[in-house]
Design a protein around this ligand. Structure first.
Ligand code: UD2
Length: 311
């Protein structure tokens, strides 16, 4: 069993990844500044003697170097980020600091302290608005937000560090991740987290457009499993891979699942499509299967049911 360092451990994906690492018997050291993460996401993890959490900002010089030097992990799973695309547009300097500078510091700490592997939270946002579906890793990279640009730059920083030797880097291009602990805070949060909150409150959801738009929605449990595989499996080589299901789910499909659980909630309100919205997004999952042995397993309807039943 290994020692794994997780940045953004109190976040949506970070906390599920931490839970899974602990369940598999690994020792985990996490860091989070609790800006968008929450200590309560780690309620179970914090009961484990194999877990510790430092409350600190990874973009601050010296923080990562100190924590990595002390813990001496075999791998770093770098999930700390500015997660809102909208916020990256409003505050590009903050996006750069949290989504690029932090990555440089991760690479530097790994090299300085002999960490052998980094797993990085990249995003389908690096592809931008492509209509050539399903999207393969070879597709043109045309990010349309500071967030997408920063994720692409981070991939470059980490893969260059890996090319210098002694380090394996796996960049995970997540598609539309959903599940328990995702924050529905703003109108630009992930649509499923917003719908979940609205149905719980007994209020109708708003569908922008006709609801026939599709996304490659993937359960956070599958994403956490992909992270753990990439951090702990032997024999991996550096590279990038989509983390997706390869299956398209429409918003109407999503609404149908919620509606069946909440028959008393009024039907959705329809509103004009959001400007800049893409109609369809779908990833090719083959490379993750070939290079990591990872394939998504949780059907969307099942994961939605779990989310709806969660407290
Ligand atoms: C992601 C990003 C978005 C932008 C976009 C670029 C997130 C959460 N969103 O959006 O910021 O970068 O990629 O392609 O990372 N919708 C509704 N009702 C709602 C909320 C959303 O109908 O209350 C629709 C929305 O208009 C879209 C679909 O649901 O058609 C999915 O929205 P999303 O923001 O969850 O995900 P996405 O991939 O469009």
């Amino acid at each position: 069993m290994g020692k794994i360092f997780v940045t953004g451990a109190a976040g949506f994906i970070g906390s599920h990844t931490t839970d899974r690492l602990l369940a598999e018997g690994h020792e985990v050291s996490g860091v989070d500044n609790l800006r968008s993460g929450h200590r309560h996401n780690l309620t179970e993890a914090l009961k484990s003697p194999s877990f510790r959490l430092a409350e600190a900002d990874v973009a601050e010089a010296g923080v990562l170097d100190c924590l990595v030097a002390e813990f001496q992990p075999e791998a770093i799973i770098h999930l700390a980020a500015l997660v809102s695309v909208q916020e990256s547009i409003q505050d590009p300097a903050l996006n750069r600091r949290l989504n690029v500078t932090a990555t440089e510091l991760v690479a530097a700490a790994a090299r300085a302290h002999g960490v052998r592997r980094i797993v990085f939270a990249s995003s389908a946002a690096i592809y931008g608005d492509t209509t050539d579906l399903p999207i393969s890793e070879e597709a043109p990279k045309r990010p349309i937000s500071p967030y997408g640009e920063a994720k692409l730059a981070s991939e470059g920083i980490l893969l260059a560090a890996a090319a210098a030797g002694g380090l394996t880097v796996r960049c995970h291009r997540y598609f539309n991740v959903f599940g328990p602990r995702q924050d529905p805070a703003s109108q630009y949060s992930g649509v499923i987290s917003i719908f979940d909150r609205r149905y719980r409150d007994g209020k109708p959801v708003t569908i922008f457009g006709d609801g026939q738009q599709t996304r490659d929605f993937i359960s956070v449990h599958d994403v956490a499993r992909a992270n753990v595989i990439a951090a702990t499996s032997g024999g991996l080589v550096s590279g990038v891979a989509n983390i997706c299901t390869g299956r398209a789910t429409s918003l109407l499909d999503v609404v149908a699942v919620f509606a069946s659980h909440y028959p008393a909630v009024p039907p959705p309100t329809l509103a004009p499509a959001r400007s800049g919205d893409i109609v369809h997004s779908l990833g090719r999952p083959e490379r993750a299967r070939a290079e990591l042995g990872f394939a998504a397993e949780v059907p969307v309807a099942e994961a939605l049911g779990e989310l709806i039943r969660a407290g």
